[in-house]
Design a protein around this ligand. Structure first.
Ligand code: 6R9
Length: 658
């Protein structure tokens, strides 16, 4: 249901960029986009070399634009160049824009508003960088960051970048087990956290979760704690340190360290098809350039804009489009701690009015949940400042796209449906506001320098026709791509480079229409997308199996009105346990505590057995069909390889009656 239904020929609806957006935009016609795009593909070395000098300030110039290829997975960009990311995001703006607002922060409560200038940002980052140095953090060390969506998170990321430490931000919604697996993998001896976070009027016990994690991870030396709510917390005098107090004792000047283009900048863990999250590693120059360049062109960013991305810094969207892209461009960036529903469903539109926001970037799941309310909730707020409305995280269904366009944008804004991944560092398929005619539900065309192809998923054969479908791959490296999986380069190659040799495999299904527009249909692997959060089914299953009642679990995604996909778990119980409310509640709690609240299964179905092949493989294809009520014999297809075919009938009845 959330997928784009090509049968109604959505591909024929074309919406031209509004004139007021095209006027004065950098790329103001589709011809200009095509011209630049062709240039970026035909002369990539010249193109990227020029961009790197235009967008970044170098301490010493690079000697080569790029090295390596997708077959070998040995990719590097802007070799031997020296720069510092925090210098690029702060210092170089000070001369002309010292008093410009760098960050507008809104807390969970609408009256908690804070504006931070570039100079104030500089002082905070320097103090924190010095504090980290005083704690023994060295270039190349990893620092874990588990914070609410507040400016403290931005200070922490940039302070790491300033001294060459590698940050690993852990989303504040993750639970204890998820924190442990991440800090163990990155072996972070320093953790930066806060007493509590606030979301929708409720507090989130961040420090408490870190205490539990640190109890298991004895190698953690220090926990820096930012005071956010002032709530009560436990204190471990040996390891804990109040961040703000300790920062006051540090000198507000810290020279930026010279980093090589290919030194690591950060790790960000994401779900894949297996249980263990992958620590994707991004490097300095290529990532920063790609984040800054996409930020400028995709949001048509101009100096006087008030740009707002309401994602969380715990995800790649927050890294690239709250922090690095906007600050590298000297923008005023907005950071929001709360939720779209608090104190009521007007919150986003209220913020747009209050700050005169010009670009607003959110996720389809938020749009779908807000569409349920009267349009009056939107219309009572002045949205005339808006120029560009962005969407990210999952395919946006045409109804949500149209609602966003008509009611939020009043038909006067460009809608940019931006397709990308943690691995790509920045947008790879996206409209450009002043140039690209859009089609509701399509992410449209590739960004500069991005070469796409569609392959047959089984044979790997290149689909050369314009109109075609299959799996989406990229054919050439680009500067923003993740370079490896932390300490698992072979897993990096296995996941991205080896499934279709010579190509980067996105894991997404796609179709291309007669006009060459791309329509992403969603993951083709065992990853589900719940409200734009990526979750591996294996990760969910292993959390369920951690519950004492659970013998075996199979998790699938099913179409869900608001979340895009919901989580359905089929569970078999161990001897002595029975199917009742309590068992189901405990199973849900187990996932909640292990991974986080956002991963709580929507439905759990207890079954005496799971459909398996004779060799013991769970047949998820069948479970997915049963869950989507596509359970007629024709729809289910061949069941002859099943070990116990009667299980299927049992589950069909059970899902229907549930
Ligand atoms: C940025 C981000 C990546 C996966 C990706 C795809 C889905 C993201 C999308 C989209 C259709 C869009 N996805 N944006 N699908 N249209 N505009 O979300 O990164 O958390 O790594 O997720 O999200 O399936 O493969 P990440």
């Amino acid at each position: 249901m959330m997928q784009n239904n090509m049968n109604v020929d959505e591909s024929l609806y074309i919406i031209q960029p509004p004139q007021r957006v095209s006027d004065g935009s950098y790329i103001n016609s589709i011809e200009k986009y095509k011209e630049l795009y062709n240039e970026s593909i035909n002369s990539p070395i010249t193109f990227w070399g020029e961009q790197a000098n235009k967008f970044l300030t170098w301490f010493s110039p690079f000697t080569d634009v790029s090295i390596g290829n997708l077959s070998q997975g040995d990719i590097g960009w802007f070799l031997n160049g020296k720069l510092n990311v925090s210098y690029n995001c702060i210092d170089r703006h000070l001369q002309e824009n010292r008093d410009k607002v760098a960050i507008i922060f809104e807390g969970d409560e609408p009256n908690r508003v804070q504006k931070i200038t570039y100079y104030e940002l500089y002082l905070q980052v320097c103090r924190l960088a010095n504090l980290l140095l005083s704690l023994g953090v060295k270039k190349g060390d990893t620092v874990a960051i588990y914070l609410p969506n507040t400016p403290d998170a931005i200070y922490s990321m940039l302070a790491c970048a300033r001294i060459g430490a590698v940050h690993s931000v852990i989303f504040g919604g993750f639970g204890v087990e998820a924190i442990i697996s991440r800090i163990e993998d990155s072996h972070s001896k320093i953790i930066i956290t806060a007493d509590e976070g606030m979301r929708g009027g409720r507090s989130i016990p961040l420090k408490k979760n870190i205490d539990s994690a640190v109890y298991h991870c004895k190698f953690v030396e220090k926990v820096l704690v930012f005071k956010n709510t002032g709530g009560n917390i436990q204190w471990n005098a040996e390891k804990d340190l109040w961040a703000q107090e300790a920062m006051q004792e540090q000198r507000p000047y810290c020279p930026p360290v010279q980093m090589d283009s290919e030194d690591p900048l950060f790790l960000l863990y994401t779900s894949g098809s297996t249980g263990k999250p992958k620590g994707l590693l991004h490097t300095q120059a290529g990532y920063l350039l790609y984040a800054a360049m996409t930020h400028r062109y995709v949001f048509d960013y101009r100096d006087s804009d008030i740009y707002a991305c309401v994602a969380d810094v715990g995800w790649i969207t927050g890294h690239s489009y709250i922090v690095y892209g906007p600050l590298c461009n000297g923008a005023t960036t907005f950071i929001f701690e709360g939720t779209p529903m608090y104190p009521n469903a007007s919150r986003y539109w209220d913020m747009i009015e209050r700050h005169r926001i010009t670009q607003f970037y959110t996720a389809p799941t938020a749009i779908r949940s807000l569409m349920k309310f009267s349009v009056d909730m939107v219309e009572k707020h002045d949205r005339s400042s808006l120029r560009v409305l962005g969407s990210v995280g999952e395919p946006i269904n045409p109804e949500a796209w149209r609602w966003y366009n008509q009611y939020v944008g009043q038909g006067q804004c460009a809608i940019v449906d931006t397709y990308w991944q943690t691995e790509t560092g920045g947008h790879i398929i996206t409209p450009l506001p002043g140039a690209t005619p859009t089609k509701p539900g399509s992410a449209t065309l590739p960004f500069f320098g991005i070469q796409l192809a569609i392959l047959d998923p089984q044979t790997g054969q290149l689909q050369e026709e314009t109109k075609s479908e299959g799996v989406l791959v990229l054919t050439q490296p680009w500067p923003g791509m993740a370079r490896t999986i932390y300490k698992s380069h072979s897993r990096y190659l296995d996941t991205y480079m080896r499934p279709y040799p010579g190509y980067y495999f996105t894991g997404d299904g796609v179709s291309r229409d007669q006009d060459g527009y791309y329509w992403i249909s969603g993951r083709v692997d065992d990853v589900i997308n719940v409200s734009g959060h990526r979750l591996g089914t294996a990760e969910l299953e292993s959390a369920l199996v951690g519950c004492s009642s659970c013998a075996e679990a199979a998790v699938i995604g099913y179409p869900h009105d608001i979340k895009g996909q919901g989580i359905l778990a089929f569970v078999t119980l161990k001897h002595g346990y029975q199917e009742d409310e309590q068992t189901i509640t405990l199973l849900k709690m187990e996932v909640r505590n292990t991974i986080g609240a956002f991963a709580t299964p929507d439905r759990i179905i207890i079954t005496p057995s799971l459909p398996k092949t004779r060799s013991g493989k769970i047949m998820r294809r069948i479970l997915r069909k049963i869950a989507s009520n596509e359970s007629s014999p024709e729809q289910l297809g061949d069941l002859s390889t099943l070990a116990e075919p009667e299980t299927v009938q049992y589950l069909i009845n059970k899902v229907k009656s549930n």
